[in-house]
Design a protein. Structure first.
Lengths: 348, 384
């Protein structure tokens, strides 16, 4: 036991002298910071942004949309700060789509020149934007029909001014009343909704990225078996070799893993420290054992290194790092548990 | 070769999985809605069929005509996301201003699809409200101020104007498409990205060309009159040959897959086939993958020369590629990355590789390739 402890500390000391240990620590810290700042849409957005440059006229349309009964609307209509932010939000999939009301909207409606009046911004991730367009049009039509009706009916009356004022007043009354066509709503408790039975999303970008990078580091440290270290390990007896290989792997990942764990606690301390630490330690042990086994399948580093590189990308995709593929194909959830990062992430 | 095939299969599978995620954000199945029309109201049924042909409606729902009892049972059992129950002679009565209320059955815990439908039906009801509100307001004004046209003519005139606006409603909007990726669709994007990924991953295995173990070959080349520059060219050619072969295999796989899928009758698979063909065309075009491969070989030559044949040069190259691929928007499109990361990524070779594959920037790639290769040669020359 004393020999193994001595080996552990000697290997750890040599790792601490290696610049690669610090490169990996920086890489892990920066990657986690980057992931923390990256905004990948993981579900369909229900926000619709409206940029109102049409002043009071646009405000009326906007208020009809924003003040609608939330129980009967699918989208959240909000005002955009500026055109650039609207387009960026739509491009990123953070908004379903966007609408830009032009400055001269009221004049255009008055003159009947309404063709291509409103810009509708969509992107690769815009879903059902044609239906959203209908809602925006319905609100716009409610506002513009007041003017259309008043202008069209002006010729029907001798006292146009008084009639117009009266028409406006009555129009306001009717469109908000039950005297016109209306829908009646009846709610019921459905046995099954569309989302029922949809598995829980276990994705965790911060823990996932840290786990994948540490796993890959442990695999890469295994490549030293093909160099001078390999000769040393092969010279040992079987049991001794297994322990030494494990110690070698553990010392390789220990410092970067410690850095990763600190970053996890800084960026998302959503579980207790003890639980987080225990699960992380379990993952580290599994990753070290896994890489020890994986390296034994390859005879040359030329074939081992590309395989590890591929495992890096596979881990990012199959493990619930940025998204949980098990939500779409449930069997992946069970198969991917073979990989230490997935095993670790599904424990939360 | 077997390793390469496994790598290719896994990478393509992974790219497909990532594509599935992003595609799922842009695709949503329409919900099924039961419509019950009391009696033989052929006009209401016809209106429904017409509505079903509209883009906005077909994106959200599909209608199924049924009786009230079945509509209610189907909604309760989850067969239908929602149900509309229309009274007898609904169309005629609305037309005559009687306004019988239409009943909409909605689940208390609505799915996103049911919510979309509820909002859409609310918008449709709002349009009828608005038209009727205008006509009723003018009718009321007629009672007080007297109209110089008949009520019927006034109603017809206002209805015509309103319908004219309603029919032109899609023309009010001018669509401006903001692309989140370089290609027209996600399939082409990820097919091309997967090719780039495989090529770069393969580069991490070229360390043996620079390894100290194989220096004997280098010395033997020199003895035969081949200096360091020619040795560098030989290494470059070796890498280029392998990468061309790998990308060639990938293109053939894409082509075969697209041909197989195009023969399928399923609309989605046919769209996938055309996207794969687009990806294939991007890759095989003269300014497609070849100049990029040239530049990648130059880059790999520079890095390996810099690392002086270290055992862990593959690992270092992987770290470099990993950083470049992430920041260059090759794995997650740049639009989702933080602004600072994009600013750094825009100056890294992977960003240019990705951009030049799609835009056909061959000249930049060739110049970069030559500069990087020369850099590697200078390093080798300094060493010797």
């Amino acid at each position: 036991m004393g020999t193994y402890m001595m080996r552990f500390f000697l290997l750890l000391r040599s790792r601490l002298k290696s610049p690669f240990t610090y490169i990996w620590m920086v890489l892990i810290a920066l990657s986690l910071l980057l992931v923390n700042e990256t905004v990948v849409p993981t579900r369909q957005s229900s926000e619709v942004l409206i940029l109102n440059e049409a002043g009071e006229y646009g405000e009326r349309v906007l208020s009809l949309l924003t003040e609608a009964d939330p129980a009967l609307t699918a989208c959240i209509y909000a005002e955009a700060e500026d055109e650039e932010s609207l387009r960026l939000m739509v491009r990123r999939g953070q908004a379903r789509c966007g609408f830009i009301f032009p400055e001269d909207m009221e004049e255009k409606i008055s003159s009947g020149d309404i063709r291509s009046m409103i810009t509708m911004v969509t992107s690769t991730f815009s879903v059902k934007s044609s239906a959203t367009r209908e809602t925006v049009f319905a609100a716009l039509f409610r506002v513009m029909n007041e003017d259309i009706t008043e202008n069209a009916a002006a010729g029907f009356f001798e006292d146009q001014e008084s009639a117009s004022a009266f028409i406006r007043e009555r129009y306001e009354y009717y469109v908000g009343s039950d005297d016109v066509f209306r829908m009646e709503y009846e709610t019921f408790d459905a046995a099954d909704s569309d989302d029922a039975g949809f598995p829980e999303d276990n994705s965790d970008p911060i823990r996932g990225t840290a786990a994948v990078l540490i796993f890959i580091l442990s695999l890469y440290s295994g490549s030293s078996f093909y160099g001078k270290d390999g000769r040393f390990f092969r010279a040992l007896r079987k049991n001794e070799r297994l322990v030494c290989v494990f110690i070698h792997e553990l010392t390789s990942v220990l410092m970067p893993a410690a850095c990763g764990f600190v970053m996890i606690r800084i960026l998302c301390a959503d579980v207790s420290l003890i639980r987080d630490l225990l699960l992380f330690a379990l993952f580290l042990i599994m990753a070290c054992i896994w890489s020890g086994i994986f390296v034994s399948f390859f005879k040359k580093s030329e074939s081992y290194l590309p395989a590890v590189s591929v495992l890096l990308f596979v881990s990012f995709i199959l493990c619930p790092v940025f998204f949980d593929p098990a939500r779409y194909i449930s069997v992946i959830g069970y198969v991917s548990r073979v990989l230490p990062p997935a095993f670790y992430l599904y424990l939360f | 070769m077997v390793t390469l095939l496994i790598i290719s299969a896994i990478t393509v599978g992974s790219a497909a999985a990532l594509y599935t995620l992003l595609q799922s954000l842009g695709v949503s199945e329409p919900v099924m809605i039961a419509v019950s029309v009391d009696g033989e109201d052929s006009m209401s049924s016809m209106a429904l069929r017409l509505a079903e042909g509209m883009d906005s409606v077909s994106a959200v729902c599909e209608f199924e005509l049924t009786d009230e009892e079945e509509a209610r049972e189907g909604a309760l059992s989850g067969k239908y996301a929602s149900a509309i129950i229309l009274p007898a002679n609904f169309y005629d009565e609305v037309n005559n201003g009687i306004n019988p209320p239409a009943l909409l059955l909605i689940p208390s815990d609505m799915s996103q699809g049911a919510k979309d439908f509820t909002e859409l039906i609310g918008s449709a009801a709002s349009l009828v409200d608005t038209v009727e509100g205008g006509i009723y307001a003018v009718t009321d004004a007629g009672f007080i101020y007297g109209m110089n046209v008949s009520r019927h003519d006034m109603e017809m005139y206002l209805t015509d104007i309103a319908f004219d606006t309603l029919l032109k409603r899609t023309k009010i909007f001018e669509e401006s498409f903001e692309t989140s990726i370089d290609a027209d669709d996600l399939i082409s994007y990820y097919a091309v990205s997967a090719c780039l990924l495989i090529v770069l991953v393969s580069c991490t295995g070229f360390g043996y060309l620079y390894s100290k173990k194989t220096r004997a070959v280098e010395f033997s080349l020199r003895r035969n009159g081949l200096g360091p520059v020619r040795t560098g060219i030989v290494r470059f050619m070796m890498m280029m040959f392998q990468l061309v072969f790998i990308s060639g295999v990938f293109i053939v796989i894409i082509h075969v897959l697209s041909v197989i899928l195009s023969k399928n009758e399923d609309e989605f698979l046919q769209l996938t086939a055309s996207s794969l063909m687009e990806a294939r065309d991007i890759l095989v075009s003269p300014a497609g993958i070849l100049p990029v491969l040239f530049c990648i070989c130059g880059f790999a030559h520079l890095v390996y020369s810099l690392l002086k044949g270290r055992d862990d040069s593959g690992l270092i190259l992987l770290i470099v590629f990993m950083i470049m691929l992430i920041l260059g928007g090759c794995i997650v499109p740049s639009v989702f990355l933080p602004k600072e990361a994009v600013m750094i990524g825009e100056h890294l070779p992977a960003y240019f590789w990705r951009e030049d594959i799609f835009s056909g920037g061959a000249l930049r790639e060739l110049v970069m390739g030559v500069v990087l290769f020369t850099g590697g040669e200078v390093l080798s020359w300094v060493r010797t």
